[in-house]
Design a protein around this ligand. Structure first.
Ligand SMILES: [Zn+2]
Length: 221
């Protein structure tokens, strides 16, 4: 099934029979943490998905390009991470399309995955998301790294919740705070990857987990 048929759907996880899981990183790019995460992913040959905030892409354009060049997937996490989005439909649409434009301009990728800030997506937001051609991905495993947890706790949270088809939520940034400390996420990542592989999971991008078709399909922008 093509992506077009799936626009407007909200995904919380992939196939429960798949033995695959997806690592996702929200709120970046954010240096030096995004680059540190990229190094780890490269070392362990893992492809992940980054839900970027438009203004952070403007702050760290080279990092955004690096994410793309390393073969990871970029999703849209709005332009300024306002939320919950309780604004007018036109403001919602503007937040999403502005972020999409920035990501396109900087990385040459047309994102078609969307994750709302704070996971807040009501019918009004969903309508705009659908109109703009996006697929919504929430998550099934919350690493809780946004709550200031240490590496051990982050790892424990992920491993205690993970199951087949899991979408794992982590953070390489925080809202619009360039340089926000994500060293705990970085420190937890290698062991999370190793432990997931020990449990027999394959780590894939969200489009692969959700079987969403070609990454560079530009039919929907
Ligand atoms: Zn966020």
């Amino acid at each position: 099934m093509g992506r077009r048929n799936r626009v407007g759907i909200i995904y919380w996880h992939g196939d429960t029979g798949s033995h695959q899981v997806a690592l996702t990183f929200d709120d970046g790019p954010n240096e030096p943490y995004t680059s540190q995460i990229l190094d780890i992913l490269d070392e362990y040959a893992v492809k992940a998905t980054f839900f970027m905030v438009g203004r952070n892409v403007e702050n760290f354009p080279q990092t955004a390009r690096k994410v793309r060049q390393a073969g990871h997937v970029i999703g849209n996490h709005t332009y300024s991470h306002r939320g919950p989005i309780l604004n007018t439909p036109s403001r919602v649409a503007n937040e999403i399309s502005k972020a999409g434009e920035v990501i396109r301009k900087v990385t040459s990728v047309s994102p078609y995955l969307f994750r709302p800030p704070y996971g807040a997506v009501g019918p009004r937001v969903l309508k705009q998301v659908e109109r703009l051609g996006y697929v919504v991905s929430q998550w099934s495993v919350n690493a809780g790294d946004w709550m200031g947890a240490g590496p051990h706790k982050i790892k424990k949270r992920v491993l205690s919740q993970v199951e087949d088809g899991a979408i794992i939520l982590m953070h390489d940034g925080r809202n619009l705070s360039p340089g926000h400390d994500r060293s705990s996420t970085v420190a937890a990542l290698p062991e999370i990857i190793l432990s997931l592989r020990d449990k027999g999971y394959e780590l894939v991008t969200l489009p692969r987990l959700l079987k969403l078709g070609p990454l560079n399909d530009k039919k929907i922008s």
